[in-house]
Design a protein around this ligand. Structure first.
Ligand SMILES: *Cc1c(COP(=O)(O)O)cnc(C)c1O
Length: 299
């Protein structure tokens, strides 16, 4: 699988001799978007190998992961069950309407019940209820997802000093760090408030994947804009002008925040002159339709 690299040009970084590239993971697949395709790939193989005919996973009502699993089930011949946090709202929002049209069966649970999503007893109960499905955790993050995400870096053909990625559960970042195996510098931009908690999660994911410990990465926790899926006018203004200037589609939950943070760091002189930077576009553009509907926002 290859995602193209796109170079972005602007005086903002080129005056500092900095080269900026975008790894267009959003172009990997039309409906199994970006990093979710990387995270699912080996899980789908494992589900086939273990002869499961059903995939079951978890997510919020606007989840990119829910949309991706629904699309993957349709393409690779699995039934899909989506355990959705919260109550059903009709008509379905664009994400859930896409998921059901791809054949996913939705099952709503309360926010309290949803907290049990990684509890072994609860998972066993779900397995009984839904006919022994292959269970994929929320956001798709597990060891096979980390393995898939190592391929984001093995697929980059140029030399670079820094690689940047937005981070939710940390699975994608763990894969990038493990894939680099100590080379270069990795910057993760958590999109949740209090993203420092990810440090330990990511270390555990890497240890479980290859038993290693790396020091060439850090979390940049200043660009969450108030928390998960929260936006501010300055973020939306930045996205509008950035998209227009670079012909690069963004969404406000992940990639908008990462690029905002990255450009801000460049402007503050964070990167040494002459650096080359790869920013990973993790996809997620399906979420824009829901954002527009929910907030009346044009992004
Ligand atoms: C899910 C998602 C992420 C976060 O990935 P994690 O592996 O959970 O950190 C980043 N960007 C986009 C567009 C996503 O959909």
């Amino acid at each position: 699988m290859e995602a193209p690299l796109q170079q972005l040009h602007s005086k903002v970084w080129e005056d500092q001799g900095i080269a900026l590239w975008v790894k267009r993971e959003d172009l990997l697949h039309p409906t199994i978007s970006g990093n979710k395709w990387r995270k699912l790939r080996y899980n789908l193989q494992e589900a086939k190998r273990l002869q499961h005919d059903t995939l079951l996973t978890f997510g919020g009502a606007y989840s990119n992961h829910i949309a991706a699993v629904a699309a993957a089930g349709q393409e690779f011949g699995f039934r899909t069950i989506g355990i959705i946090r919260g109550e059903e709202h009709l008509p379905l929002n664009p994400t859930l309407s896409f998921a059901t049209s791809a054949g996913m069966q939705l099952h709503y649970i309360s926010r309290e019940a949803y907290r049990q999503k990684s509890d072994a007893v609860y998972l066993e109960q779900l397995a009984g209820q839904f006919g022994n499905p292959y269970i994929i955790p929320e956001g798709g993050t597990n060891a096979l997802a980390v393995k898939g995400c190592t391929e984001i870096v093995s697929d980059i053909s140029i030399d670079y000093d820094y690689i940047c990625c937005a981070s939710g559960t940390g699975g994608t970042l763990a894969g990038i760090i493990a894939g680099l195996d100590g080379k270069g510098q990795v910057l993760g931009f958590p999109v949740l408030k209090g993203g420092e908690f990810l440090k330990e999660e990511i270390e555990q994911l890497i240890t479980r994947y290859n038993g290693q410990h790396y020091d060439n990465w850090q979390l940049i926790t200043d660009y969450h804009f108030g928390g998960y899926a929260k936006v501010k006018p300055e973020l939306l203004d930045f996205m509008r002008s950035f998209q227009q200037e670079h012909h690069l589609p963004l969404e406000p939950v992940y990639t908008g925040k990462m690029f905002y943070g990255l450009v801000d760091l460049i402007q503050k002189g964070y990167f040494p002159e002459g650096s080359s930077i790869v920013a990973v576009h993790t996809g997620g553009l399906q979420g824009n339709a829901g954002f527009k509907e929910r907030l009346g926002l044009e992004v």
